[in-house]
Design a protein around this ligand. Structure first.
Ligand code: CP3
Length: 389
């Protein structure tokens, strides 16, 4: 798998790769065409028939791992993110321990906001808290354009360090426009997103300007991560499910589309995810995604019907099942795999790993996914395991 002891063995990599929407993207233009030798995860994301279903977990790096908590005793969350050796180390931890088929960059969706001038703190047990929320045109001026090379060079450096140690793909990510807007407008986590929706409906011009800025931040961030070596990216619009489809289409989709169209040339699979998005699934795909992350509320076969055969699905075990007795959990893992249909499916949870989850259980899930899908397509699945055109 990956070697341990990253912190002593990492090569020093120079800063300064191209980034930003206008910069030339070497990684994309030099990227080899799709091949059968590509990692399992990438082939599955492309909807190709695979020897087994790949698996990784949203929030796999973090509080469920004792080795993460050990690092966290000496450094704050943003401090870890801003120290490439530490961030790369915690990116690798779940790959070593769990044997997952992907790493996800250790960072946070709110980090580019902090780097673009927003006074923001992650309060443990609460989430991102913003000192002065954005509620007017004047407030919007505090959100500067984001230049990853200058404002947050440590992110690309983390990607380079982690990729040098990994033998599975690294997934980069950015916050989706609704989710980041909600944090900025509410000033912190919200159950109702009421102020956010109030601005969306009541001040559509201000809303649109804010979402355009947030889309630009996501584009710059994703391009920089891919240039540094990320092989897939996920847009976490975690809280977009607060909206009905018409409102999502009118008020969020244009910004999401912009993110997907401005990253299409990177030639990496792009995943679009949010919780409670059952009614929005076709719109998450319409934004331009290659893969849609599905939470546990919609069975994967139903999600596929809503999404069409061209879209790969990712998910969708209820994270709370990881706290249930093994036999019950294992049965649900198999049910998710069966509904996923073998092809065009990447196994994951329906949302992030809960902090109280045992890493041993996560490892057992990885093994179970392998055992259940390893022998190649089972007879009853053979029909579904043909390439989708
Ligand atoms: O393996 C990984 O996924 C780790 C990398 C990662 C983090 N945040 C680190 C982190 C990723 C992919 C994120 C994304 C993120 N951040 C999302 C989208 C994913 C989702 O869960 O829907 C959101 C909504 C955030 C905002 C955020 N940051 C929240 C809600 C919290 C939790 C606050 C808490 O204490 O419960 C954070 C903090 C955070 N980001 C932690 C980690 C490991 C935990 C806090 C810590 O270690 O101090």
């Amino acid at each position: 798998m990956v070697s341990s002891g990253l912190m002593s063995s990492v090569p020093t990599v120079p800063h300064g790769s191209a980034a930003g929407p206008d910069a030339p993207v070497c990684a994309a233009s030099e990227r080899a065409p799709a091949s059968n030798d590509d990692p399992l995860l990438l082939r599955a994301y492309r909807g190709e028939p695979v020897e087994r279903v790949p698996v990784w977990f949203m929030r796999q790096a973090g509080r469920s791992l004792p080795e993460y908590r050990a690092v966290r005793e000496h450094a704050g969350l943003f401090e870890i993110c801003r120290t490439p050796e530490l961030a790369a180390e915690v990116t690798l931890q779940p790959v070593r321990r769990l044997g997952v088929d992907a790493a996800i960059l250790f960072s946070d969706i709110t980090l580019p906001l902090a780097a673009a001038g927003i006074d923001l703190e992650i309060v443990p047990g609460v989430g991102p808290v913003i000192a002065e929320p954005i509620r007017s045109t004047a407030d919007l001026r505090r959100l500067r354009p984001f230049h990853p090379d200058e404002d947050a060079p440590y992110v690309a450096e983390t990607v380079r360090l982690a990729v040098a140690e990994l033998d599975v793909p690294l997934i980069g990510f950015a916050g989706g426009p609704f989710t980041l807007a909600s944090y900025l407008i509410e000033g912190g986590p919200s159950k109702t997103h009421a102020r956010t929706r109030k601005m969306m409906y009541g001040e559509p011009l201000l809303w649109r300007r804010l979402l355009e800025e947030l889309a630009d931040i996501a584009i710059a961030s994703l391009r920089s991560q891919v240039t540094a070596g990320a092989e897939a990216v996920q847009i976490f619009d975690s809280w977009a499910g607060a909206l009905d489809p018409d409102s999502y289409r009118d008020f969020v989709l244009p910004a999401s589309r912009r993110i997907f169209s401005a990253t299409a040339d990177l030639n990496v699979p792009r995943i679009h995810f949010g919780v409670c998005t059952g009614e929005l699934l076709p719109l998450l795909a319409a934004a331009g995604a290659d893969v849609v992350g599905v939470d546990w509320r919609v069975p994967l076969d139903a999600a596929r019907t809503r999404l069409g055969e061209e879209i790969t699905v990712q998910g969708n075990l209820d994270p709370a099942l990881c706290l249930a007795p093994w036999e019950i959990l294992a049965e649900h893992v198999r049910a998710v795999l069966d509904r996923g249909g073998g092809t065009g499916h990447v196994f994951n949870l329906g949302h992030g790993v809960l902090p109280e989850t045992s890493p041993d259980v996560l490892r057992r899930i990885v093994e179970h996914v392998r055992e259940h899908t390893d022998a190649g397509p089972r007879t009853e699945d053979a029909e579904r395991s043909v390439p989708r055109v």
